[in-house]
Write a protein that binds this ligand. Structure first.
Ligand code: ZN
Length: 261
């Protein structure tokens, strides 16, 4: 039996045009620049814990506990302006794991869908996982000069990369890491379960139902063409009767706390 826990890891506030570009005709609306508070929406930040007979897998980490002290200094101006983060007490990744009876050293894998701060923020807190992993393309992009990524977060973390192609973690099809580029270089989705019953952890490949149902592009992406391709793939998964759920990190729709596959 495989069990996937959905872990709420705080939230972030963004312009409504960031997840769904059809909310504004202004192509820069997603930045929030010259836009009123009424256009701001609070979206979830989620991580996932997969209890699998072959290993314990964390997918993403959410924000680092350190964000509580001074979010602006922690995130840097660029990130804070576009999406200030909030992490209530008890929602940090270490606390979330503890609530399920685990220590970070119990983790066999920490898989990062990509290295944005709201997904990889807690990487330093889970560095004693047996293996911390990110796609090679995502890792290369995150270590270039780009204010979007905070390299200091992983300076003392040993990160293993996997190639930019479907990566079958246990060789049995039950956990497959899938390239789902567009939001960022090397974005990875995680397909969990069997052929007849599985779910897709989509990271930021989409932001909610409009992303796949109406193919609404986000306000900003690393590569628009690749994002559009990923949205098509998300729709295929979402409409597949064998796929119980497509889980998106910032989806404002409620989801179950846990899935049994
Ligand atoms: Zn995100």
């Amino acid at each position: 039996m495989i069990k996937v826990h959905v872990l709420p890891c705080g939230s972030t506030v963004v312009d409504e045009a960031l997840p769904f570009s059809d909310q504004s005709k202004n192509p820069l609306a997603f930045t929030g620049l010259f836009r009123g508070k009424k256009h701001k929406v609070r979206v979830t930040v989620r991580a996932y814990l997969i209890e699998h007979p072959k290993g314990l897998i964390l997918v993403d980490t959410g924000w680092d506990d350190a964000i509580r002290q001074d979010a602006r200094a922690y995130e840097g101006f660029f990130n804070y302006f576009a999406s200030p983060g909030f992490l209530p007490e008890g929602e940090g990744i270490v606390d979330q794991l503890a609530a399920l009876g685990y220590r970070t050293s119990d983790l066999d894998y920490c898989i990062l869908t990509h290295m944005d701060i709201d997904h990889a923020g807690g990487i330093g807190e889970v560095k004693d996982a047996r293996r911390v992993m990110c796609s090679e393309a995502g890792w290369q992009a995150a270590n270039k000069r780009n204010p979007r990524y905070l390299k200091r977060l992983w300076q003392d973390v040993d990160v293993t990369t996997f190639e930019d192609a479907p990566h079958d973690l246990f060789g049995d099809g039950s956990v497959v890491l899938l390239p789902m580029h567009g939001h960022s270089a090397g974005m990875t989705a995680v397909k969990v379960g069997g052929k007849d019953h599985y779910l897709l952890i989509a990271g930021d490949a989409g932001y909610g139902r409009p992303s796949w149902e109406r193919q609404v592009l986000p306000g900003v992406e690393w590569n628009r063409k690749e994002t559009a391709k990923s949205l098509k793939r998300l729709r295929e998964f979402a409409l597949d009767p064998h796929c119980e759920a497509v889980l998106m990190t910032h989806d404002r729709e409620k989801t179950k706390d846990a899935f049994v596959l």
